[in-house]
Design a protein around this ligand. Structure first.
Ligand SMILES: C[S@@+](CC[C@H](N)C(=O)[O-])C[C@H]1O[C@@H](n2cnc3c(N)ncnc32)[C@H](O)[C@@H]1O
Length: 420
């Protein structure tokens, strides 16, 4: 039988590689690291590894199977990610035991890169700059850029940079929290026993929709956009519980507007007055239990009145889930207080509304909110851009000044990479 090796490469970065390797026939294992065919570091697997001994006590040499080799930084191309392969050899045999991209990290994230200055990206400013520096050719399409972001976020060399660690901390914390809210928030509406009524269930949107809003807030903040965040239509406080957590992490004041008596009268043949009711006490209790209530301001009343008596301060962005054209119209009365870079997020959107070059209403009537949103863009004489997000959520922003909203798939794939 041909002897085999057991091995594990624990880490590879621009400083070196560490791990362990044992040869079945007891020969000492030599380890070498190659970048672009050149040797950039070498050593032998002879370091003390009690953990390996515990797992492979029957194998000769398992107690001293560790390697920790340093790389010669002069052999790495500055600024560019380089593929490093780690090879182990023993008894005349050589195998690859690991590979990863490494990069010599800058002392801090570059602030703005030539060519990107002034252009707002869907990613945080410092992440955008890091990606453009590591992958200067990744600008061909949004898909290509998203792939370059994923590669950049996988580079363990860059993780200690505040730009990367802060982004990772925010996204992974929000994602874990949003999933917690999805799982533990009350399922059903205690005000109705009718299982077939449309407000029987209390979770009418998803973590995917909410992470997109949270990410956009983070991006706006990274570009120095200031202001508060407002939610219109909270029902029992499900989306409020997620978004209040994100606002708290970002130090953003959150304003919640709702009648706390359910939907107003309307000419809708589908929605009925009083549906989707959560009392102020019920919502506050839920936000306290499932979100972060500090920094949240509640504005009870029908929008037409509450916005007149208690208008929001300048906003970074807003989220509305208001079911009715008339309610969306009322909210749009204050939409010009949104920063020109910020988006309007709304429920009651379908993918078909975003299929053309400009978002368009695919239906009209008392249950359609998109015509009211597009009316706002007409009023401020700004061409809208937009995208479908997930579930029934869409996003709209000013084509000329708005920061394009990144979709949930790209955000979640970054979270997966940052959690590894
Ligand atoms: C579908 S629910 C919102 C769901 C919520 N985002 C969630 O995560 O569960 C619609 C909400 O909009 C509120 N609403 C709709 N039109 C309103 C208006 N004109 N004034 C005040 N509240 C309104 C209702 O009271 C209700 O709470």
């Amino acid at each position: 039988m041909v002897p085999k090796m057991k091995f594990h490469t624990d880490m590879i970065n621009s400083l070196g590689a560490a791990g362990w390797a044992i040869d079945d026939d007891g020969s000492q294992v030599a380890v070498v690291a190659l970048a672009e065919g050149q040797v950039i570091g070498s050593g032998v697997a002879d370091g003390y590894r009690p953990d390996v001994f515990q797992a492979h006590a029957q194998m000769a040499g398992s107690k001293t199977a560790g390697f920790n080799i340093a790389f010669d930084p002069d052999r790495l191309r500055p600024g560019a990610p380089t593929l490093v392969k780690v090879m182990a050899s023993a008894g005349g045999r050589q195998i690859q035991i690991g590979e990863d991209y490494v990069i010599l990290p800058p002392a801090s994230a570059p602030d703005a890169m030539p060519g990107s200055a002034g252009l707002a990206s869907s990613y945080p400013k410092a992440i955008d700059a890091l990606v453009r520096r590591a992958y200067p050719d990744a600008n061909g399409s949004p898909e290509q850029f998203a792939e370059a972001v994923r590669r950049t976020l996988s580079l363990s060399d860059l993780r200690p940079l505040p730009a990367v660690s802060d982004y990772a901390r925010f996204l992974t914390a929000c994602w874990a929290h949003f999933r917690f809210v999805e799982q533990f928030f009350p399922h059903t509406n205690k005000l109705t026993e009718n299982r077939s009524s449309k407000d029987f269930f209390c979770k009418v949107n998803s973590a995917e929709e909410m992470i997109t809003i949270a990410h956009h807030l983070y991006v706006l903040k990274s570009y120095g956009i200031s202001g508060a965040f407002a939610e219109f239509g909270c029902f029992k406080g499900f989306s409020s519980s997620m978004l209040s957590y994100a606002c708290n992490l970002l130090g953003i004041e959150m304003h919640i507007y709702d009648s706390f008596e359910g939907l107003p009268e309307s000419s809708s043949g589908y929605y009925r007055v009083g549906e989707f009711c959560g009392s102020l006490d019920e919502v506050k209790a839920n936000v306290r239990q499932f979100g972060v209530i500090d920094g949240v301001k509640f504005h009870p009343g029908f929008f037409a009145e509450s916005l007149a008596t208690s208008p929001p301060p300048p906003l970074m962005t807003l989220w509305m889930d208001v079911d009715l054209y008339s309610s969306a119209q009322d909210v749009m009365a204050i939409a010009s207080s949104i920063a020109p870079e910020g988006a309007i997020f709304s429920h009651e959107c379908v993918p078909e509304a975003f299929q053309g070059p400009v978002p368009a209403s695919v239906r009209s009537g008392p249950d359609e909110v998109v015509p009211a949103i597009l009316g706002h863009f007409d009023e401020v004489k700004s061409e809208p851009a937009g995208r479908f997000v997930a579930g029934y959520t869409g996003a709209f922003w000013r084509r000329d000044q708005g920061i394009p909203v990144l979709g949930p798939q790209d955000i979640i794939s970054s979270i997966e990479i940052l959690s590894r």
